[in-house]
Design a protein around this ligand. Structure first.
Ligand code: SAH
Length: 458
């Protein structure tokens, strides 16, 4: 991170603004909204600034800024068109340890002003650390659109009941569950619909019946790697979990979206890395849920596709633990889309089959004749090591040697690589491109369509 995001309490705090023009006015207006005590110094002040000072109150000195203006100030903003004055403000403020922002001159700043979406008391602050103001603006627009207009009312309502809830539910975990129940109930929608009295009554009802916290397991697919491919439900549960057991395939970018105070446990598992075996994982899920925790079992792709999700659920069901299962985008779908290979196609493939290419004792135990069908796409998971065997067996069992085939490695991530060829040359192409796991192999006519989507190539 380039800078530490914080929200500064400037209520009744003297804040110095150098400049009286439109830009200075916009900064002063923000300070006024945060109830700061304004001190504006500028040889000339525009009409907007004068109006603001009249409405909000504050002092205006019509002259150049001086060093003694900093006495008693606790924050400074410079928005003048005089480079010398801007530099002076920066220097004098730093000398006194006062946070300073000089508009559009990052080198002179000790803090930056984020773009904000203000639904006070809910405030969203956005920054791209100066990388792209236009991107920042579009993120602001996204937030403006997505945040319910009355989220401010919801926040105020929740805030108004905090003390009462504290008095009635003694333990922290119990209160967290209560608030989660409220947010998961009809309360938010009632507030958004303007029915605040009904919303309050619903909250009282939930409070009256506030129960002991019960544990639960959420078996969630995290998709193939790109965090944008998480489902909304996955994201919501990632933010509600107390403890997270995750696989090797779950990317760091996805882990970064989990609630910061959740406990994270890496349970590995990969062809060469059996860090925690399946029985231990099953036991852990049960134990944590019995402790009353919300347990997130986060898996790459989809939990029910080569993910052993079925086994975990069976154990949970037998133990009588509540669970939820959330599908994810499986590697085949994600990789195919990002590589420009449609898995089915009116002219080229009427069916698609997902197969495991995992070697057992150095060989692949598959029903090869059954895999070879016209207008059929095959996707091999866990097959990078067995790529030469896969190609050879398909050829030996009668598949045309020039059948197009591709390997997609680290699909959907920024590291994605695609090696394309046919059943004869693909192993060599993959080796020469130094293709790494995790990777899937796609075999079938559809692979050739990639050429007509040339714009997919990076
Ligand atoms: N449940 C997962 C699959 C787990 S098996 C899913 O639905 O996707 C692990 C195999 O998935 C890997 O060996 C690889 O073949 C494939 N895989 C997972 N993520 C991948 C990715 N980002 N790119 C390519 N292959 C991937």
């Amino acid at each position: 991170m380039e800078a530490l995001p914080v929200f500064l309490n400037v209520r009744n705090v003297r804040c110095l603004v150098a400049g009286g023009g439109e830009v200075a006015f916009r900064k002063a207006r923000l300070l006024a909204r945060a109830q700061a005590e304004l001190h504006v110094v500028a040889p000339e002040a525009g009409e907007s600034m004068l109006n603001l000072l009249q409405e909000h109150g504050g002092r205006l000195d019509r002259r150049e800024i001086r060093e003694e203006d900093f006495a008693g100030a606790q924050l400074a903003i410079a928005a003048t068109d005089d480079p010398g004055a801007n530099e002076n403000v920066s220097r004098w403020a730093r000398a006194r340890g006062i946070p300073v922002n000089v508009v559009d001159q990052p080198a002179l700043c000790t803090f930056y002003m984020p773009a904000i979406v203000d639904r006070s008391p809910v405030v969203v602050a956005i920054s791209s650390s100066g990388a792209s103001p236009v991107l920042t603006r579009s993120l602001k627009e996204m937030n403006e659109v997505m945040l319910p207009a009355r989220i401010d009312r919801l926040a105020l309502l929740l805030g108004s009941m905090r003390e009462e809830v504290k008095g009635r539910i003694a333990d922290f975990a119990g209160r967290t569950t209560f608030w989660e129940n409220v947010l998961g109930s009809e309360v938010p929608e009632l507030v958004y619909a303007g029915k605040e009295n009904e919303a309050r009554a619903a909250m009282e009802r939930i409070l009256g019946g506030a129960q002991q916290r019960t544990g639960e397991v959420w078996l969630v697919g995290a998709g193939p790697g790109d965090p944008d491919l998480l489902t909304l439900r996955a994201l919501r549960l990632m933010y509600r979990a107390d403890i997270v057991l995750y696989d090797r395939l779950v990317s760091a970018e996805i882990l970064a979206r989990i609630r910061p105070d959740a406990e994270l446990i890496h349970v590995g598992k990969g062809p060469e890395m059996h860090s925690v075996d399946q029985y231990t994982i099953n036991d852990m899920l049960i134990r944590y849920a019995r402790e009353g925790r919300k347990v997130l079992r986060l898996k790459g792709g989809d939990p029910f596709i080569f993910g052993r999700g079925g086994e975990e659920l069976t154990t949970l069901a037998e133990a009588g633990i509540n669970f939820q299962i959330v599908p994810g985008i499986t590697a085949a779908s994600g990789c195919a889309a990002y590589a420009g290979i449609p898995l089915t196609h009116r002219e080229h493939a009427h069916s698609v089959q997902f197969v495991t290419g995992h070697l057992k004792d150095g060989s692949l135990d598959l029903d090869w004749p059954a895999l070879i069908r016209p207008q059929h796409t095959l996707v091999f998971y866990m097959g990078l090591k067995s790529l030469p065997i896969v190609c050879e067996q398909l050829r030996q069992h009668g598949m045309a040697v020039d059948t197009p085939a591709a390997v997609v490695s680290q699909g959907t991530t920024t590291e994605q690589q695609v090696a394309a060829g046919n059943l004869v040359n693909l192993p060599d192409v993959a080796t020469s491109q130094n293709i790494k796991a995790p990777a899937i192999i796609i075999v079938g006519e559809v692979v050739s369509l990639r050429d007509s989507f040339a714009w997919f190539r990076s």
